[in-house]
Design a protein around this ligand. Structure first.
Ligand code: BGP
Length: 481
């Protein structure tokens, strides 16, 4: 047992995303999203899985939130599907879409669970893609703000915590560089940086609007942060670390927190001819918003190792492990800057994700030093194969060990002076993994479904009771190893 405790008002939570849990992809006036379209392309997802039914949260949200209440969850982070609110991205509001989220929020509040809303978790209205290329056009900025304003207006009295963007770094990298997410573009680097610039501007304008409308609310973006360690003390590898951090981390976090791009990376991209143009108006907007954000949202899964990568070294594209067969992922890098070999000191998951609990404390301390912002851990968790026994038990001791070690490090981070407001595990129920189907499970609650289907019945895993105890004891049941 640890001597450490989280404060009484600490938000112990869990997170989800609309496309990954809701299903009901055509119900009650919902429009088509980029993901509804993308999953139809042969070979894009594991065994052609889709979120058409997902885990049917749309019809079972009461049951799911009742389970959250039984567990004692303090906050539930979920995302809103833009296409339920505006089936065509803008225009007339679909009232039944608003009503669905109103019900979720009310259900949470009824049970004393603080709703935490993500505005954008990757499902863009396809109509906007057709009309002007979605994120590729600056027209998306005003449509995004318009959508956000409708939600602020509808839920301003009930929702305090808001997240503008989920993992902008991931959806843009997979969408415009590796072709694994919509719109499935490959190596389109100039567009990749432009798309990111549009997303930053949409985030910034939204933050400013938010502060006008909900001055007491809290807003920030959630970033997929992978802190890095240089492979050794050789200065050339130390240099690879700063290059990696600038290009892969600070490029996003500096804009959210300071309103500007890291200079060295901007110069590097300018020389390559792919840097986005930043007008003086953009600069003013980004800076104004950065001054207003309330926290840095962090989705933490793993750390990276950096090593100098010669000009003729490995490139950015390699096999990604989406099957759960250990060791099938490949090392990638940017020639002339860095590559990311595996860490010999750490274990990996079946999907080759490095397991590094201390990296979570490292991430918190880095953010605290660099940005001096409060932190919301908006995602952290273990994707694993789970086995339901004949008598409907799920003994996920490996998940308990993973979460225990991460929470312990988070408590140490708080003890060492980081201002952490919330910890949301990924995820509460099992759900659809974008590229890995239904077999990669993250939840406290097992959902009886696989790639082919299932009863969709819910079963509490051992980790459900474990987290219940953690919450109830303010973390006193966390063990130190
Ligand atoms: C994050 C996303 C989540 C979720 C999680 C687990 O990047 O924000 O939506 O999917 O990762 O990832 P995966 O499903 O690939 O294991």
């Amino acid at each position: 047992m640890t001597e450490l405790r989280m404060p009484k008002d600490f938000l112990w939570g869990s997170a989800s995303a609309a496309y990954q849990i809701e299903g009901a992809h055509k119900e009650d006036g919902k429009g088509t999203s980029n993901w509804d379209e993308f999953v139809q392309i042969h070979g894009k997802t594991f065994k052609e899985t889709t979120g058409e039914v997902a885990v049917d949260h749309y019809h079972r949200y009461k049951e799911d939130i009742a389970l959250m209440a039984e567990m004692g969850l303090k906050t539930y982070r979920f995302s809103i599907a833009w296409t339920r609110i505006f089936p065509n991205g803008r225009g007339e509001v679909n009232e039944s879409g608003l009503e669905f989220y109103q019900n979720i929020i009310d259900e949470c509040l009824k049970h004393g669970i603080e709703p935490m809303v993500t505005l954008y978790h990757w499902d863009l209205p396809q109509a906007l893609v057709g009309e002007y290329g979605g994120w590729e056009s600056e027209q998306v900025i005003d449509d995004y703000v318009n959508y956000a304003v409708v939600l602020f207006d509808a839920f301003k009295d009930k929702v305090k915590y808001w997240i503008t963007m989920n993992e902008q770094n991931i959806f843009t990298t997979l969408g415009w560089m590796t072709a694994q997410h919509p719109p499935g573009k490959f190596d389109d680097e100039k567009m990749y940086y432009l798309v990111n610039h549009h997303a930053f501007l949409a985030h910034a304008k939204t933050v400013l609007k938010f502060k006008e409308m909900i001055p007491d609310g809290k807003i920030g973006a959630s970033f997929a942060y992978s802190p890095s360690y240089a492979i050794n003390a050789d200065p050339i590898h130390a240099m690879s670390k700063i290059d990696f951090d600038n290009l892969k981390n600070f490029w996003w976090m500096d804009v959210y927190a300071y309103g500007r791009y890291p200079k060295n990376t901007y110069r590097y991209l300018e020389k390559k001819g792919v840097a986005p143009i930043v007008t003086s108006e953009d600069a003013v907007l980004l800076e104004a918003a950065a001054k207003q954000i309330d926290f840095m949202g962090v989705n933490y899964y793993q750390t990276s190792v950096t090593e100098y990568n010669p000009l003729d070294g490995v490139g950015p594209y390699g096999e990604m492990n989406t099957s759960g067969k250990k060791g099938t992922g490949e090392i990638t890098g940017i020639p002339g800057l860095f590559k990311n070999p595996s860490n010999p000191h750490l274990e990996t998951t079946d999907w080759d994700w490095t397991i590094d609990p201390m990296g979570l404390r490292y991430a918190c301390k880095e953010i605290t030093s660099r940005y001096n912002l409060p932190i919301i851990i908006s995602e952290n968790g273990l994707g694993a194969f789970d086995n339901k026994t004949e008598d409907n038990q799920i003994h996920d001791d490996y998940r308990i060990a993973y979460l225990n070690a991460h929470v312990y490090e988070l408590m140490k981070a708080v003890d060492e002076g980081c201002d952490v407001w919330a910890y949301c595990t990924w995820s509460f129920t099992d759900l659809l993994s974008w590229l890995n189907g239904y077999q990669k499970r993250y939840g406290f609650v097992y959902v009886d479904r696989d790639e082919e289907g299932g009863s969709l019945d819910r079963y509490k895993k051992d980790s459900f009771y474990w987290y219940q105890d953690v919450i109830q004891s303010d973390g006193a049941t966390i063990t130190e190893e």
